[in-house]
Ligand binder design. Structure first.
Ligand SMILES: [Zn+2]
Length: 75
């Protein structure tokens, strides 16, 4: 068993960028992997952050469609 651990070009492979769904080089040289670029990585993180912020800041409206408490039965 002789595994070559040098960074030969054959060790690089292409994966799908989670942000733009484009080809991304999965290689130690690509510090943004699995994203294809810093822009895609920032985009993805930004989308995630804004989404969580939106959910966190949006408080659920109470008693909008909920049935009244008197209708609830105890077992
Ligand atoms: Zn990308």
């Amino acid at each position: 068993m002789a595994f070559v651990t040098s960074d030969s070009p054959r060790s690089a492979r292409t994966v799908t960028c989670p942000a733009c769904k484009g080809p991304s080089l999965f290689h130690p040289d690509n510090r943004w992997r699995p994203f294809c670029s810093q822009r895609c990585r920032t985009l993805d993180l930004g989308a995630w952050a804004s989404e969580s912020y939106r959910v966190a800041s949006e408080a659920p409206e109470p008693s909008s469609d909920a049935p009244p408490d008197s209708d609830r039965q105890t077992h």
